[in-house]
Design a protein around this ligand. Structure first.
Ligand code: PEP
Ligand code: MG
Length: 318
């Protein structure tokens, strides 16, 4: 039985029994936002703001940022747009904020930590997001990268509130945040699991090193345990937990993540049609069964093989 491969997401994400899973796009610049809208994305689950800061010797002005964020919101009138605050460091060094010569940059001053030394950069960014949101109809959410502790989460949410940004959340990409997600989500309104970094830190395997690829996969049962812990914490705190790492773009892993309790999946826009198509073939209970199946395996390869074996629809997608 041959099916034509979908190239566009035709309807909002749902399982076969109608359980809603928002299917959102990861986007890196305003042009990408327009392209994501053209693929049928329901919104943006991760807008990486680094683009506006890279290749410069000083941060962009508030006005420059307002213009850029307004273009992103304009691509999704009425839709959810999650803006992530600056995630400089390690793989994305910026001369005006990244410390030089850190022995372990991936464990260094990056993400939200940058704001300890440069609070004005974060303050200006939130000012710009709030101003752009003012003139937009999008549902604007803001989140911080690399949050590790409850006090960091609380401080970020409080700062967002000062800027009138009520939908403030956190990324869960450090194992400490996954393990204590319920506490981190006391004030934060939502969490988005960054499986790229969560895998890197859970497996102690640099995500940039191809030689470590067999460790660096979100199919590692330990990574899935951490996603499960994040979802359990979210459920206890009554907060939604999404995934915005590459794991969400894997059509075999997406139903597993839904079964673990994830309520939105954000991915590179071209992966949306396949992920939407697979989700539409499985019920929520079947997703939970796939999640248990994956968690029961001892190795990443076994987890992937077991889930793929239980999802024959994947063969039709190729
Ligand atoms: C992640 O770490 O999974 C993530 C989505 O953030 P980035 O890839 O930008 O580090
Ligand atoms: Mg990350």
């Amino acid at each position: 039985r041959e099916r034509t491969r979908p190239t566009r997401l035709e309807r909002p994400g749902r399982t076969a029994d109608g359980h809603r899973v928002a299917l959102l796009a990861n986007v890196g610049d305003p042009e990408g936002a327009a392209a994501a809208a053209a693929t049928g994305a329901e919104g943006i689950g991760l807008f990486r703001t680094e683009f506006g800061f890279l290749g410069r010797t000083t941060p962009p002005t508030i006005d420059e940022q307002v213009t850029a964020y307004a273009r992103v919101f304009a691509a999704f009138p009425g839709g959810r747009v999650v803006i992530r605050t600056l995630d400089a460091g390690a793989d994305k060094p910026l001369p005006f904020v990244t410390p030089r010569g850190e022995p372990n940059p991936a464990l260094g001053v990056r993400g939200l930590r940058t704001s300890w030394s440069y609070p004005q950069v974060l303050d200006d960014q939130l000012t710009a997001i709030a101003r752009a949101a003012d003139g937009a109809t999008s549902d604007v959410w803001v989140m911080a990268p690399m949050v590790a502790t409850a006090d960091e989460a609380d401080a970020f949410v409080a700062l967002c509130a000062e800027h009138g940004l009520a939908q403030a959340g956190i990324m869960i990409e450090v194992p400490s945040a996954a393990l204590r997600a319920g506490q981190l989500l006391a004030d934060a309104r939502f969490a988005s699991v960054g499986t790229n970094d969560l895998t890197q830190y859970a497996m102690a395997a640099d995500r940039e090193l191809a030689d470590l690829a067999r460790l660096s996969t979100p199919w590692q049962p330990a990574v899935l345990d951490l996603v499960a812990a994040a979802c359990a914490g979210g459920a206890a705190a009554g907060r939604p937990v999404g995934v915005c790492g590459e794991a969400a773009a894997d059509p075999a892993l997406a139903p597993v993540l839904v079964g673990l309790g994830v309520s939105s999946l954000s991915m590179t826009a071209r992966a949306l049609p396949d992920v939407g198509a697979v989700l539409a073939t499985v019920t929520l209970e079947e997703c939970r069964g796939l999640a248990r199946l994956a968690l029961d395996q001892r190795t990443a390869d076994d987890a992937r093989a077991a889930v793929r074996g239980a999802l024959p629809v994947l063969e039709e997608l190729g």
